[in-house]
Structures are given as C-alpha cells and as structure tokens.
Design a protein around this ligand. Structure first.
Ligand code: AP5
Length: 212
C-alpha cells in the first residue's frame, strides 16, 4: 500500500507515520527528516536546504523530487511506503504521477491553525531518528530521551511561533490545493486530527481499509 499523509505543519503526520510503520510494516519517508539529516551531516543538499527550512519556506521542488525518487526505488519500499510531508506542491504531486509512483490513498489530517500553534510549543524531536513527541500529549518514557533510539530530544528551530505562522501560511498557499488534486483522482480521505493520537490513528486505518 502506498500512502500519502497530508496536513498542515504540526497536524500529526510524523506521529501517525511512526504508528503506521509499526502497524503496516512499511517504511515512512519524511522529506523533513531527510533534509534535517542532510543539514546535520553538512551535505550539499543540506547546505542548499538550510536557509529555506530555517525561514519556514519550501525547499525547491527539484531538490525534493530527486531524494524522493531515489528513496521509493529502494528495496524496502517494494511492498509499500508512507510519504510524510511530500508532495507539498502541485508540481511535486504531478511529478510523482508522471514518474509512475502509484498512490493508493491520500489521508488529509485536519487540525485548526489555532490548535497547531499551541502544539508546536510542546513538541520535542529526536536529534538522531527524528521521532516526534509532545511534552503533554505524547511524552517520552524518560524526559528528554527518545524511546526508539535513546538519543537526546531537541526543540526544532522552525518551531518558533513566528516561523510556525509562516509555515502555516505556506501550507494554505501551496499545499492545501493538493486536497482538490487527489479528490479529483478519487484518492482523498479526510481524518479529524484534533482528537487523541490513538483516535486519529484508528480513523486513518479505517479510512485506508487496513485490517490490523
Ligand atoms: P517537515 O519536517 O515535513 O515539517 P511539517 O510538514 O511542517 O510537519 P511537522 O513535522 O512540523 O508536523 P507533523 O504534521 O509531522 O506533526 P507531528 O506529528 O510532529 O518539513 C520541515 C521543512 O522542510 C519545511 O518547512 C520545508 O522547508 C522543508 N520541506 C520538507 N518537505 C518538503 C517538501 N516536500 N517540499 C518542500 N520543502 C519541504 O506533531 C506535532 C506535535 O503535535 C508533536 O509534538 C506531537 O506529539 C503532537 N501531536 C500529534 N498528534 C497529536 C494529537 N492528536 N493530539 C495532541 N498532540 C498531538
């Protein structure tokens, strides 16, 4: 099953992707995590992406499409994959279609902007594997330490309130249009992301017809 998780910054795409990986046994591909890893390693891609990400702007489509095309061609994606944070523009969605990347379901996780701004102040992410936590809604077992890999949790630079507001604007201007794009293709499923993490996960599984 090939799945796209759509939604505003902070809607819960990364959180839900982690749960779906365990339930569906397919990998999650987060362009945000891949770009942050490239930045941490100081690669050419990371250097090119840094300024856009720090400002809450989108990284140019051509950089994104290259890393996604390579990643979905890996053997672990043979039985399916979850795209988290990509596509993010009409051009990216059209390019995936043109490359013949088959998408079965596109799940839009819906959360109001006001709730998102509150969520982001409590988010902590793993400095190594990118796993996402929240100090109240989804705390790690040991404060400041990632449950999955034991690395330190940090606050993302682009979670500063002003940058979050900019990212929300970018979402409404460039990404939300993808809901219409995939609705016309009959692949859009919409899920309420303002409920508990477990409730949203159950609704996603039902929306994609997964038997788990
Ligand atoms: P990216 O890393 O993809 O960030 P994003 O889309 O802005 O999404 P987030 O990671 O902020 O949020 P999320 O929806 O995953 O929420 P999470 O599960 O963490 O992108 C970062 C940057 O990279 C972009 O700004 C851009 O520059 C660049 N980029 C990446 N992909 C790109 C692309 N395709 N094209 C161009 N540029 C690209 O949850 C948020 C918080 O809420 C957490 O603390 C979580 O614990 C909590 N939470 C989750 N669900 C719930 C719930 N139900 N109730 C209460 N709290 C909850």
């Amino acid at each position: 099953m090939n799945l796209i998780l759509l939604g505003a910054p902070g809607a819960g795409k990364g959180t839900q992707a982690e749960l779906l990986v365990k339930k569906l046994s397919i990998p999650a591909i987060s362009t945000g995590n891949m770009l942050r890893e490239a930045m941490a390693k100081g690669t050419e891609l990371g250097k090119k992406a840094k300024q856009y990400m720090d400002e809450g702007a989108l990284v140019p489509d051509e950089l994104i499409l290259g890393i996604v095309a390579d990643r979905v061609a890996q053997p672990d994606c043979r039985d399916g994959f979850i795209l988290d944070g990509v596509p993010r523009t009409l051009a990216q969605a059209e390019a995936l279609e043109a490359k013949g990347v088959k998408i079965d379901h596109v799940v839009s996780i819906e959360v109001d902007d006001a709730e998102i701004e509150g969520r982001m102040t409590g988010r902590r992410v793993c400095s190594k594997c990118g796993a996402s936590y929240h100090v109240v809604a989804n705390p790690p077992k040991t404060e400041g330490i990632c449950d999955s890999c034991g690395s330190a949790l940090i606050t993302r630079k682009d979670d500063a309130p002003e940058t979050v507001r900019r990212r929300l604007k970018v979402y409404h201007a460039s990404t939300e249009v993808l809901k219409d794009f995939y609705a016309k293709l009959g692949r859009l499923r919409t899920v309420n992301g303002s409920q508990s993490i477990e409730g949203a996960n159950a609704d996603i599984l039902e929306a994609i017809g997964a038997q788990v």
